[in-house]
Design a protein around this ligand. Structure first.
Ligand SMILES: NC(=O)c1ccc[n+]([C@@H]2O[C@H](COP(=O)([O-])OP(=O)(O)OC[C@H]3O[C@@H](n4cnc5c(N)ncnc54)[C@H](O)[C@@H]3O)[C@@H](O)[C@H]2O)c1
Length: 333
């Protein structure tokens, strides 16, 4: 018996788009890519499905899920149009570039009874899931601090590929573009609202972009815990590492690797499991910083639609990291 597949349209066929196509293919028993849209026709054509240049034309088609992988500054406009046409939406991070726009998107999803899912795919990493499980089981006791470090390199070539990158109107700097994933994980693990954001940012090695290439943030969570974030794309020559450390009175965990895909430290007072055990269960080798989370993000969207529940990373959830970074910009700019 053939199962009716959900029809997906991809808007924005640039650098990250192949991860969406791969994820749709990995869920091909339930999903089918039926349209590709890009202002640059050739990019859309490469996807091998009917092509559209104007996203508004895509929205008139019989589509169930619209994926938005355009420049960050255009996410809100396209997402609002899609949600208001009654389409489910998967939107790349950051979901928007203002709290106002994020709120409008959340409201539009509710009003139109459709799903809105934000592409913070690293939440699905087995390492991250293990850490989250430890948080949920309260194995850390009182939380003391969370540290997120993103020590990466992006050179002139990366910024020259797309003029929107590194502009505050359409992207933001390294905090909003690269570091948002780890900032999202940090706030998610700390399990409490952010009360205060201190920040310093600078542009040290990218004179040709407007926004920051280095940022240092301190967060105070409502539960009293402290967050420390250091993010940069100015590391000499190549990416160095990305780490997330969560520390409580009864335990400490550190994740590392290219995209927090390895457990480096796993120490709990309750001694329920060893570092070797959790490494064996959760460490994953990946071929780039995007990891494998997109496939699980789509699987979750399918299940959210089938089960009539919210996506794992819905609009409210996706808004938090964006808001932390906007607050940091507010302090600094
Ligand atoms: N989740 C992740 O790990 C991850 C990784 C990389 C990028 N991203 C995000 O994905 C988004 C895209 O990034 P990218 O590096 O692929 O950018 P890109 O510039 O390579 O691709 C964006 C594409 O969107 C097209 N586009 C722009 N406006 C459009 C419109 N109105 N209609 C149709 N097409 C339009 C452009 O022509 C371009 O081909 C950004 O928001 C970025 O932050 C997420």
């Amino acid at each position: 018996m053939s199962v009716k597949k959900l029809k997906v349209a991809l808007i924005g066929c640039g650098r990250i788009s192949y991860k969406h196509v791969e994820a749709i293919n990995n869920n091909k028993n339930k999903l089918k890519l039926v349209a590709a849209c890009d202002l640059i026709n050739k990019r859309a054509q490469e996807k091998g499905v009917p092509v559209f240049e104007d996203y508004r034309d895509v929205l008139k088609e019989d589509i169930d899920i619209v994926t938005i992988a355009t420049d960050s500054g255009s996410h809100a406009k396209i997402a609002l149009a899609a949600l208001n046409e009654g389409k489910h939406v998967i939107v790349e991070k950051p979901m928007a570039l203002s709290s106002d726009d994020a709120d409008k998107m959340i409201k539009a999803a509710t009003n139109n009874k459709v799903k809105l899912s934000i592409s913070h795919q690293n939440r699905f990493n087995p390492t991250v899931q293990k850490l989250r499980e430890a948080v949920e089981k309260k194995r850390f006791g009182k939380l003391i601090a969370g540290n997120a470090r993103i020590l990466w390199n992006r050179g002139k070539n990366y910024y020259e590929q797309a003029s929107w990158r590194g502009t505050y109107a359409q992207d933001g700097g390294c905090l909003m573009n690269q570091c948002i994933h780890n900032i999202d994980l940090l706030q998610w693990m700390m399990g409490s609202k952010v009360e205060k954001v201190n920040a310093m940012i600078g542009n040290f090695t990218h004179s040709y972009i407007e926004a920051e290439d280095y940022g240092s943030l301190q967060l105070r969570f409502k539960n009293g815990a402290i967050g420390n974030i250091e993010g940069t794309v100015s590391v000499y020559a190549t990416n160095l590492k990305e780490t997330l450390m969560i520390m409580g009175e009864d335990g400490i965990v550190e994740l590392g690797g290219q995209a927090v895909n390895e457990i480096l430290t796993w120490r709990f007072k309750d001694n329920r499991d060893s570092l070797e055990e959790v490494q064996l269960a959760a460490n994953q080798s990946i071929d780039n910083v995007y990891g494998f989370g997109h496939t699980l993000l789509y699987k979750d969207m399918i299940e959210a639609i089938e089960e009539g529940r919210e996506p794992y990373i819905n609009g409210e959830s996706g808004k938090i990291a964006m808001k932390i970074i906007l607050d940091a910009y507010e302090v600094c700019l």
